[in-house]
Each structure stands twice: as structure tokens, then as C-alpha cells.
Design a protein around this ligand. Sequence first.
Ligand SMILES: NC(=O)c1ccc[n+]([C@@H]2O[C@H](COP(=O)([O-])OP(=O)(O)OC[C@H]3O[C@@H](n4cnc5c(N)ncnc54)[C@H](O)[C@@H]3O)[C@@H](O)[C@H]2O)c1
Length: 334
Amino acid sequence: MLSFGVLGAGVMANTHIDGVLGNGADNVKYIGVYDEDLKKSGTLAEKFGMKTYCSFEEMLADDEIDGIDICLPSFLHEEFAIRAAQAKKHILVEKPIAFTPEAAERIFGVAHENGVRIMVAQVLRFWPEYATIKDYIDRGELGDIVTIYAARLGQMPSWGGWYKDPDKAGGALENLILHDIDFLHYLLGKPKSVYSVGAKDEYDIYNDVLSVFKFENGANVYVDGSLRMTVGYTFTMHMRVLGTKGTMEFLYKGGENVDTKNSLSELKIYHDGDGGKDVQYTSYDAYGKEVSYFAACIESGKETETVTEESVLTVLNSIVKANESLITGQVYAL
Ligand SMILES: NC(=O)c1ccc[n+]([C@@H]2O[C@H](COP(=O)([O-])OP(=O)(O)OC[C@H]3O[C@@H](n4cnc5c(N)ncnc54)[C@H](O)[C@@H]3O)[C@@H](O)[C@H]2O)c1
């Protein structure tokens, strides 16, 4: 059993701990929290029966803590991950680990030097419906992949004012469809090129973006992301995979963000003429699963094969180039 401390007491800190408890994971427990807003950390500590710290240094000095789960605003990940590694704590860090591959490499470098494990919380790789799509593709059920359309559509988060600052959160590419772009790399391997178009929002951020990737295996991929949907448009996740033998489609709509209690969620597979069938899969909390997977890899000494450091760097390179394409209108080789 590993003991984690959570850094940040906001939305994702709650989500990770809820997920671990919801899945009944028995290899990891959250024992402490630090947030610069001591009121927020107090509330989280009370909710989950954890201790609070008055500073990050105090949290790092706690010998009972094996790992730090970094759920801070994105621009703070590099500084705090490096400090956690130097204090010999394992690190789970929310996405994006950083905005550039160079920054991510710096973090990985310090983790390696200090002999600690690090994993980026790329949650779609653990998401039951997305993982089921990967399983069907890997088993050849869809044949060769021709085209994938992926979408993630919602509004600017109503919490955390930092999301409105592109230096702190990035735009739709880094902040939102990084999820889909990461998962598409997981499905298809290395991309060959990217082209993006987009529009800026009232905060001067490219928060409405369509990127087109061509992959080395010949597949075309369209990734559609928006944080400026009309208020009232329900949060949407969508993936449609067209293969030479069939089509698979996942559609989720619910709430302002992921609202699992009040949502529409369907996963279907179509073969010629059958009208489509519901796909059966086991449901669980993806956030809880990623945390317990990381803990299991630490305990067993196994690599985090589901989210490798190499994949994180490749995806960040694709995001940087997709962003350049937004500005220049050029197609970029990857
Ligand atoms: N995987 C997902 O589905 C998903 C969804 C949303 C957000 N995220 C990512 O999770 C991370 C956190 O996002 P969030 O929505 O939980 O943010 P949030 O604003 O809800 O929480 C961040 C917390 O960090 C605290 N904080 C800020 N600066 C601090 C500092 N210097 N020291 C200590 N505490 C500090 C704030 O007080 C706040 O409570 C971001 O990187 C975001 O991109 C991931």
C-alpha cells in the first residue's frame, strides 16, 4: 500500500481521490493535502480524512508520504514536480505535464537523477470506453483504420480563474484536446503531419480548434476541440473510428464537465448491414484506475507502459506544431 499526498485541493484533487475510493483500490491511499488556500485544503482533508500541511516543504518532509499527486494549475507543474523529485517522492502529475517537450524532458531528467517514478495522468488511456475502442482496434475487429474523428466540446471551466490565462493553461490544444491527441497517438503510433485552424475567444486564446493529423499507417485524424461552446451546450466527448471492416463510435454528453450521474453515454460497433450493436464493457472510474495503476507500477518496479515518457514527449511535440500551424496556416511535418 502506497501513501500519496495531493498537491492542490481543487477539482482534480477531488476527482482523483473520489475515483480511488469509488473503485475500492487497495494499493494506494491519500493521507495528506497541501493547497496554498488553506481553507480549501482543510475542506478536502475533512472530506477524505487526511492531514493538512502549512507548506509544500512540510508535505515533502513527511516520511509517511511515498508519492505526490500534482493537481495544480498547469504552469506550476514543472516547478513542483522538480521539487517533489528532489525530495525523493514519486510523482503523478496532471496533464499537461508541461507545454513543451523540452520542459517535460527537464522534469523527467530530475526524476531519473533522483531515482523516483513519474507518470503523467493521461486519463483517456484508462477510460473504459476509449480503452475498449483500443482493444477492438488491436484485435483487428475494425480492419485497417481509415479515419478517426475525435471531439471534446464544452465551455471555459467555471472554476479556477487561471484557465483564462493562456500562459497558465494554454489553449484548447494544450488544455483540452491534448486528451484526444494523446489517445490518438496511443492508438495509431507516430503522426506524419499536422494542420490546424482555429478561432480565438474573448480572452485572446485559441479555444476553438480543429487539427488534422496524418499518421504513418495512412490514417487521417480530425480532432475538434472547443472551450467556447454556447452556454447550455452539454459537455461532449465523441470518437468515431472508421475501419475497413467496421465503424466504432463513442458518444458522451453530460453536464458542464464530466457528469457521470446525469449523462448520455453510448458505445456502438457497426458492421455492414447490421444497423449497429451496443458494445459491452466493464465500467469503472478512469481517474481512480490511473492512480492505482501508477501505484502498482511503483510497487512492482514495472514500467508505466500505458503512459510512457517517450509518448508524452511525442505528443507534446505534436501539440507545439499544431499550435504553430494555427498561427502560420502551414502544414508541419512531425
Ligand atoms: N484529466 C482531466 O480530465 C483534467 C480535467 C481538468 C483539469 N485537469 C488538469 O488538472 C490540473 C488542475 O486543474 P483543476 O481544474 O483541478 O484546478 P483547480 O483550479 O480546481 O485547482 C488547483 C488548486 O491549486 C491551488 N494552487 C494554486 N497555486 C498553488 C500553489 N502555488 N501552491 C499550492 N496550491 C496552489 C489552488 O488554490 C487550487 O485549489 C490542471 O493541470 C488541469 O489541466 C485535468
